[in-house]
Design a binder for this molecule. Structure first.
Ligand SMILES: [Zn+2]
Ligand SMILES: [Zn+2]
Length: 166
């Protein structure tokens, strides 16, 4: 298998496009995130088991696999990781593979985002120190808002095409 840091430059533009489409095809919408259904989170204090996928167009015997979230981080940044950089979730959702929610950054910075996952949008005085800033997943924010205020449903008739005023 290619060195993980060289992978991005090893792949052709066509392979990258296919891989991106393949990952997006596997994901489903969850709040603002796009999650891979069987991605597993091992729990508090444990390492995440991120989903890997094969690179389309590469013979399987070469066993070229990539972490989906890390590949999408590379796609978003337009470059390969440098040094100890990891695929880091702005949304704090380990199963998310949405391009806009992923960046490459050092493992140390990545870990500090755990703090935002706990407090951002929960503690009113908490301010995210990161650049780019953390995204509070809408599912969590919506749950908090729903608990704070009743839901009002507004019905709009989109089929109304009367011409009384013509
Ligand atoms: Zn996300
Ligand atoms: Zn943050």
């Amino acid at each position: 298998m290619a060195d993980k840091h060289e992978l991005y430059t090893v792949l052709t533009a066509t392979q990258r496009a296919k891989l991106r489409a393949s990952i997006q095809g596997k994901a489903r919408t969850h709040g603002e995130c796009r999650v891979v259904p069987d991605a597993v989170h091992a729990g508090a204090g444990r390492r995440c088991i991120y989903k890997q996928t094969r690179v389309p167009g590469v013979p399987s015997e070469r066993n070229l696999k990539v972490y989906m979230h890390k590949f999408m981080a590379m796609e978003n940044m337009g470059r390969a990781p440098v040094g100890d950089e990891e695929g880091s979730h702005l949304c704090g959702n380990p199963a998310c593979v949405r391009l806009e929610h992923l960046v490459l950054e050092s493992g140390d910075v990545n870990k500090t985002r755990d703090c935002c996952r706990m407090f951002l949008g929960v503690h009113p005085l908490y301010i995210c120190p990161h650049d780019p800033v953390c995204i509070r997943p809408v599912s969590v924010a919506a749950a908090a808002a729903a608990a704070a205020s009743p839901v009002v449903l507004v019905s709009v008739d989109l089929t109304d095409d009367d011409d009384d005023f013509e």
